[in-house]
Structure formats: C-alpha cells, structure tokens
Design a protein around this ligand. Structure first.
Ligand SMILES: [Zn+2]
Length: 491
C-alpha cells in the first residue's frame, strides 16, 4: 500500500525587540549567563508583567504579511507546567484567543530547474494555510554538558526567559519533507524582510516542531500524529521528517500502532527518539493571565502597520521579472534572501544593468561565497565594488574574460577592479590610434599574407587578429580591432 505523509509545522520566531516581553531586560544573544534578568522575568513574588508594545507591533506585522485576521482583543493565558527553565512555573502565552487566525503562505513546490538561461518555467505554487499566530514568552536555557569539572550537573541560564516569541502554526497541508523545507525557507525569508526576526536557526531564533503522520493514499482520515522536535537547520527538519515518515510506514506495515508522542531528532545517528507521551491541552491547565488585560488592537493601528509593510519576496520577484526582465529562476534566487536582494538592488542603483549584475552575483559571487561558507553580508565585495567592475566591462575597458580574473582578486582582497587592473597593467586598449599602430606593424611584417588576403583568402583575417592580440597581450578591444583591421585591409 502507498502512504501519504501529512505534515504541519509549528514555528517559533524570536522577535527582534530591544527588551523582553514583559520587563525591560535586554534580549542580546550570547551575553554572560544570568546577566539579563530581573525580578519580573525570574518570577519573583510580588512582581507584575508589563506588555512590550513593540512585541505586539511585530506580531501584527507578521500576521498581516501572512494574510491573517488580527483579533481586536486577544488574551494572554497561563500555560502551567513544571520545568527548571521556567522560573514562574507557567509560561505566558495565548490560548483560545490568539492575536491572529487564518492566513497562508504560497510556496513553490517545484523549483524551476537550472541551468539558468534555459527552460525557466514557473514552479507550481501551493497554498499552505495557517491556523493561527500567537504571542508568548520564551523559557530559559538548560545546559547539561560541556562545563569542565561539572560531571552530573546541570546549569540554567535565564537570559532567554521572557524573550518575546511568536508561534506560527500551519494547517497539516504539507505533503513531503521538501514542501516543509520550502515552507520554512519562505517563512524565514519573510520574517527577515519584515525585520521582526533574524531567522538564525543555529542560535535558536527560529525553531521548528513538526507534526507528522501518514495515511493510506486517497484516505481522508488523518493518521495518529507524532510531534518531532529539536531540529536546528533546514536540512535537519527535512531529514527528521523523512525519517519519521519512513519509521511510521514501517511500523504500520509490521502491524504496530503509532502512538501519539513527542520525539526528539538526534542529528548524529540521524534518528528520532521517543521523549514523552504527548501532553493534551488540558494537562497545561490554561487560564487567562490575571495580571494582564486583553490586548486591544484598533483598526487605526492595523492600518498603520499595514502601511509600513516592506515589499515582500513574492512582490519583489514579480517586479524583478516584469520591470527588470530577469528570468523567473534568477529572480527567485535573488529574493530568496533579503541580504542577496539588497546587495543586488544596491548594485543596480549604482550601475543600472540588472541582467549583468544578476549574472555576476548568481554565478561568480555566490559561488565564491559558497566555497568559503560565507554569507553575502560578510562579502569583501561590496555592491560599490561590483558596480565599478561592471561599469568597466560595460565601457569596454575590461573584457568578460579578463573580468573573471579581476573579480577573483576583488573577491579575495576587497580591492577595487580599477586599482587591480592598473597594478597588473591589464587595462584593455581602446585607444584607436594605439590599436591602429599595432595593426600597421603586423601588416608590414606579413606583406605576402596581405597579398593573399586581398586576392580572396579571407580566412587570413583571423590570423591578423591573432597577431595583433599577441602583440597587445590580449588587451586590444576586439570590436575596435575588427573594425580597424577591416578598414586597413580594404584600403
Ligand atoms: Zn527581566
């Protein structure tokens, strides 16, 4: 029997606010443990939470970008559970009245296939619906390992306790690990465009839990779902989901029943392990947070946030294709990350040749960065440097072939193409009198071949071009050389 996977994702995104959700402690990542804490986020008796307005604004921003419906009066709730990383003994979250319901993301299911320049069909689009987006606070962090002399000890860092999060919950609309991967990539790129979350999965500012079940193909009924946690990269999300699908299909084939549980992904053996049987909502004894009033969001606020939304990846890609005449594939890669799109747009703001800029960024620059494992933010090549080199190519001062060599050096050193060309004496010769002079010398050296050419051996034209190029070390501008040589030979 063939089985169909059914996948839903719950994504936690840490909001880039300066301060925590309910107190004024800073949220800086990587600070010394327990240096960004206060009585409120430590849950000491007698303290009261004060809602961070910026957190609500960022959450509204995200919900609007995903076409969700904003609630005019959402409610914070206490989610009660006991765990050492949760000093209050409960997490302030939202339960039956979240900030936003509904919404969707349109993901591309088939990435149009490279090679670039041919067959760039649009990928098919699938709409993945959202259940809700709600606000909550993060818990602290437990450290069980890696501290010398601490065998058998655990440590807790409360710096993260109270950092604002949004949880974005999808419907179980995803049907493969690859779709889950595209959904997550698009989601990350949108929160980065919105500037509400840095999207760093390794540092945990974007975390993803997957609900995975399988059912016989064609069946309408959902199978028993298992929640998979602890994936900290796109790759591990896809691998964990694939592992879980295979595990469930094998278990069913062996006549076992799937139990509802939470499983942890372990990247080392590439397997999931049972952590605990899944809690039901009533295990958390949710009730409205008595220390906070409902979050009132009026139409004017929504309108203001809506008006401030930036151009999002979809719209940007459409504009790149329609107004700048880039291919669908190239535009998709450029907008896939906000920093690549920014780099591209800054480059063409200086030297407006979109196709050329896109080619150099996508082929040369990204290739070098990839080899080094760097992001474009850490590139020594700036938009300014790239634009300057493109201008030299456009002006005929640099041939495409020479440019590739020069670019390698710009990339490695961060020096300008102009200075490298000067240093190497590689400047293309465009001065007509200089080229004409070399042509005269070459023709004078080969009077017999000139005779033959004039008598009809036109193939010799290539020979003369070759000689001139040799004499100029390949630096003669080819167009100018051709025109001048033709004139001289026909005179
Ligand atoms: Zn605090």
């Amino acid at each position: 029997m063939n089985y169909e996977p059914v996948i839903g994702l719950e994504v936690h995104a840490q909001l880039k606010t300066e301060t925590k959700a309910f107190c004024s402690c800073p949220t800086r990542f990587g600070a010394q443990p327990n240096t960004q804490i206060c009585p409120v986020c430590l849950g000491l008796p007698g303290t009261l939470p004060v809602l961070n307005r910026r957190m609500v604004e960022f959450a509204i921003r995200t919900a609007l970008a995903f076409h969700g419906e904003i609630s005019k009066d959402s409610v914070f709730a206490r989610k009660n559970y006991f765990y050492p990383d949760l000093p209050k003994g409960y997490q302030i979250s939202q339960y039956d009245r979240p900030l936003a319901v509904g919404g969707y993301l349109d993901i591309e299911t088939k990435v149009p296939s490279p090679p670039r320049g041919e067959g760039q069909g649009e990928g098919a689009t699938r709409r993945i619906r959202l259940v809700r987006i709600h606000m909550e606070e993060d818990a602290g962090k437990l450290i069980h390992e890696g501290i010398p002399g601490s065998e058998g000890s655990s440590f807790v860092d409360y710096n993260r306790a109270g950092v604002p999060l949004i949880e974005i919950v999808s419907e179980p609309d995803l049907r493969s690990p690859e779709e889950a991967g595209s959904y997550l990539r698009l989601l990350r790129s949108v929160v980065q465009y919105l500037d509400v979350c840095d999207g760093n999965m390794e540092e945990g500012s974007l975390r993803c839990d997957a609900n995975v079940s399988v059912r016989p193909e064609g069946s309408e009924k959902y199978g028993t779902k298992v929640e998979v946690k602890n994936m900290n990269s796109f790759k591990s999300v896809e691998a964990a989901i694939q592992y879980e699908i295979d595990r469930q299909i094998q278990a069913i084939a062996a006549g076992e029943r799937i139990v509802q549980e939470t499983r942890l992904w372990d990247a080392d053996p590439q397997k999931t392990f049972s952590m605990r049987s899944k809690e039901e909502a009533h295990d958390y004894r949710y009730f409205p947070e008595p220390d906070l009033i409902p979050v009132m969001v009026d139409a004017a606020w929504i309108e203001k946030v809506q008006g401030g939304l930036p151009e999002l990846p979809d719209a940007k890609r459409r504009r790149f294709v329609e107004a700048l005449e880039l291919s669908h594939y190239d535009a998709s890669v450029l907008v896939s990350s906000k920093s690549i799109a920014d780099f591209f747009e800054k480059t063409i703001a200086i030297y407006n040749k979109p196709k050329m800029a896109s080619n150099w960024i996508l082929s040369e620059l990204l290739r070098y960065l990839h080899e080094e494992g760097r992001g474009i933010e850490q590139s020594r090549v700036t938009p300014q440097l790239l634009a300057e080199m493109l201008r030299m190519i456009g002006d005929g001062a640099l041939s495409g072939k020479m440019a590739k060599e020069i670019f390698k050096e710009v990339y490695q050193t961060g020096a300008s193409a102009v200075s490298i060309v000067e240093k190497k004496g590689l400047k293309q010769v465009t001065d007509e009198s200089a080229i004409a002079q070399v042509i005269d010398q070459v023709l004078a050296k080969h009077p017999d071949k000139v005779q033959d050419y004039k008598a009809g051996k036109e193939k010799l034209f290539g020979f003369f071009v070759g000689e001139v190029m040799k004499a100029t070390r390949g630096q003669a501008n080819p167009q100018k050389l051709n025109t001048l040589l033709k004139t001289k030979l026909s005179s």
